[in-house]
Design a protein around this ligand. Sequence first.
Ligand code: SF4
Length: 360
Amino acid sequence: MTDKPVQTRDPLVESADFQRALIDWFVADGRDYPWRRTADPYAILVSELMLQQTQIATVLERRYFERWLERFPDVAALADAPETDVLKQWEGLGYYNRARNLQKAAQVVVGEHGGEFPDSLEKIHALPGVGRYTAGAVMSFAFDRPAPIVDGNVARVFARLFDWRDAIEITVSQKQLWSWAEALLPEKSVREYNSALMELGQRVCTKSAPDCHECPVASFCVTRSPESLPRKKAARETVHVIEHALFAVSENRILLEQESGSRRKGLWRLPLLSESLAVGLPVLLKTRYAITHHRVDLIVHQAETQQGKVVDPTLLNDWPTRQWIDLETEYEAIAMPSPFRKAVDRVLAMKREAEQFRLS
Ligand code: SF4
């Protein structure tokens, strides 16, 4: 960017003015999110874990935050809930370990802190699934106490503000980012200041189109080429995977299996087949989804031949993790990863349409 305003002030020297510029901007123009209307540390923790790997728009559109608090209004309710309910409530957000950790954290608050949410940075940081950023977020947003935060948005703002050119993931960069976060932290109005810093990264100092002319701290910002920062290490290569899944429905029940891997443990999906077992089974649907650095082609096969016979009965019942789930009474209540929920819903809709066409 050639016409970016030039830096005239050092944020570390004039930190009070830097803080005031951010806080004033946020007070005048900050977004009103549901989690900003509460100072309940449990609710703040819920929102922070939800937003860790999920876009704000997704959480807002489907009211994940509000629905979670309706179902689990406090730590006691969450600590006592069956894991299946917890996973079901998280369905669609992905990265289900966040939901499990949230429940473990609630159980620690109930078991070790008598149900009172701890109000020290160390104790919050010690809760399961709570890293340095999340602990700082709860401390500042719930208790309005000085605690630095560095998430992806803040890291981008600082890298540009100070023209930091090393890859931001490496240890030396992380140390530097946290040290700036601490050095620039105000004593008061920390809730507004930290919210402002994050929102600046979300709305103004964005990845591909930083709007430096609208930036409240442009006069403190060193970089002349914001789009080139922050630098990152080369991304992991995408791995292409093919999953063959079986679609078997009998007497209005569908055959599903429960996942046992750590990432989506406890969630239900269509039973997966090896490629050799899938050979010859008619294909009902091909779809694609991404998970971490994997790109998955999901191929859904019909369990029956065109003549209505099950191709191989051992495909159906011989796995202890597989179970027939009633489509009327059980299917909606169980937790499924979104790609499988969408695939099953699409195949069911296709079959219903075909049935109506056959009857008409
Ligand atoms: S938008 Fe970002 S790069 Fe641009 S002036 Fe503000 S902090 Fe600097």
